[in-house]
Design a protein around this ligand. Structure first.
Ligand code: GUN
Ligand code: ZN
Length: 444
């Protein structure tokens, strides 16, 4: 067993119900980890006294958070990050889709899979719902790399049968056959799971969505993900292509694709009825703030989602999003709500941490396993230890309290400040460095 000694911040309860009190702070805490699971938790002195002789890892020179959960990120778009200045459909044509066609080559796909998984780890993301590739071999390469590194990844073959460049298209029959083969190989293997993934209904015919429904119905633990209500031009085109659908969400819902196992990305421009349907179904929305800003998609109506009772988590949406860090996504979510003035939701530090961790775990049906650092949960954790002398390092030495420390981490933290990442108790980045004892969270 290993006893981690740290200041621990997490949000096991919901800040949208409990307010700032939802932030749980353990100053000089102890987390005892056995076989990757948190076996005991409390003040370090108490846990150490109850479990003498255990190996102690001293993490007091930083702050320990739960591993981040990214509910929307595109594997084949790592090298497309940074395509600024275009709305969604132009960006797809000029940046994303040309890059995605290159993944037809297995060697290229393996290289990108390495870069992608590494990007997640460096950002402190331990669990992700990943938009895969249109090519089965590339999806296979992603699962293999995620398995090698040990991340919790839910992903699948992206399918489309219209509008996109020809090399990215398939048929409903081939989509079903390839999806089934990938599902049988990878779903339930270690920490990997399968997600049925039509790119968006704009690029998916009714027979293709039927094929998706057939694959989804084959198992009760397979996930569903796609895009929804991201951009006004996209929404108009979907309305034209699905004249029988009441709204964008209905293009999925009438095929049985909106369930508690569905995560729909963006939803920047929902109707009231769509929010009702999402809430009733128990489906979740992946809010992708840097992407929404970079593409000019719009300002996310968070309050409307909360009022309707729709579950919301965070997604980086790499490569329209501007990087893998959910700290940056949290800060951008905060900015957007500020800009909405009285219509915005005040996202305090506890809400940001919940969005980046427990909300995501719940959206992915993994709330019993990950998302916070309670006893019985997997030890999926991130040690934020700022680069010595960096502004984050300086300001974290003088926080007013735990909420203030967390605000500083969301404001200034980058992947460069993520020192160690654990999944199920195993470090998936460099080992902790010996550090001098000090308590950075003690009030100044
Ligand atoms: N809608 C369909 N495909 C995509 C994509 O790759 N990125 C984003 N942001 N929206 C999409
Ligand atoms: Zn996306």
């Amino acid at each position: 067993m290993t006893l981690y000694r740290a200041t621990v911040l997490d949000t096991p309860s919901d800040p949208f119900e409990d307010g700032p009190e939802a932030l749980r702070a353990e100053h000089d805490g102890g987390l005892l980890v056995r076989d990757g699971v948190i076996a005991a938790r409390g003040r370090f002195a108490d846990v150490a006294a109850a479990h003498p002789g255990e190996e102690v890892v001293d993490l007091r020179e930083g702050i320990l958070l739960p591993g981040m959960v990214d509910t929307h990120v595109h594997f084949p778009q790592v090298r497309a990050i940074g395509g600024l200045g275009m709305p969604l459909l132009d960006w797809l044509d000029r940046c994303a889709l040309p890059e995605e066609t290159r993944l037809v080559n297995r060697t290229y796909a393996e290289e990108v899979a390495g870069e992608f998984v590494d990007g997640l780890v460096r950002a402190g993301t331990t669990t992700a719902l990943v938009f895969g590739s249109h090519f089965p071999e590339a999806v296979d390469a992603l699962f293999a790399e995620a398995e090698r590194v040990g991340l919790r990844i839910t992903s699948g073959l992206v399918v489309s049968d219209r509008i996109l460049p020809e090399p990215l298209l398939t048929t409903p029959e081939a989509a079903l056959a390839h999806g089934r083969a990938l599902l049988e190989t990878w779903h339930g293997r270690g920490r990997l799971r399968y997600a049925v993934t039509p790119r968006f209904s704009l690029s998916s015919s009714e027979p293709m969505l039927d094929a998706c429904a057939e694959l989804l119905a084959a198992r009760d633990d397979v996930w569903f993900t796609s895009h929804l209500n991201e951009n006004t031009a996209e929404i108009e085109e979907v309305a034209r292509l699905f004249p029988g659908a009441g709204h964008y969400l209905d293009s999925y819902d009438r095929h049985g694709l909106v369930t508690p196992r569905s995560v729909l990305a963006h939803n920047v421009h929902p109707t009231g009825h769509e929010l009702e349907v999402l809430a009733r179904a128990g489906a979740a929305v992946a809010h992708c703030p840097t992407s929404n800003c970079a593409l000019g998609s719009g300002l996310f109506p968070f309050a409307e989602h909360l009022t309707a009772g729709v579950r919301v988590a965070l997604g980086s949406d790499v490569g329209a999003g501007t990087g893998f860090s959910l700290l940056k996504e949290g800060l951008q979510a905060y900015f957007v709500q500020r800009l909405l003035g009285p219509r915005g939701v005040a996202l305090g530090p506890a809400a940001l941490l919940h969005l980046a961790t427990r909300s995501g775990a719940l959206a992915l049906g993994l709330g019993d396993d990950v998302g916070d650092l309670s006893v019985g949960k997997q030890f999926d954790a991130v040690w934020v230890r700022p680069q010595p002398g960096s502004t984050l390092d300086v300001v974290l030495r003088h926080p007013a309290d735990a909420t203030d420390a967390l605000a500083k981490i969301f404001t200034l933290g980058t992947p460069g400040d993520v020192a160690v990442v654990w999944v199920a108790g195993r470090a998936v980045s460099s080992a902790p460095q010996p550090v001098p004892p000090s308590l950075p969270l003690e009030a100044a």
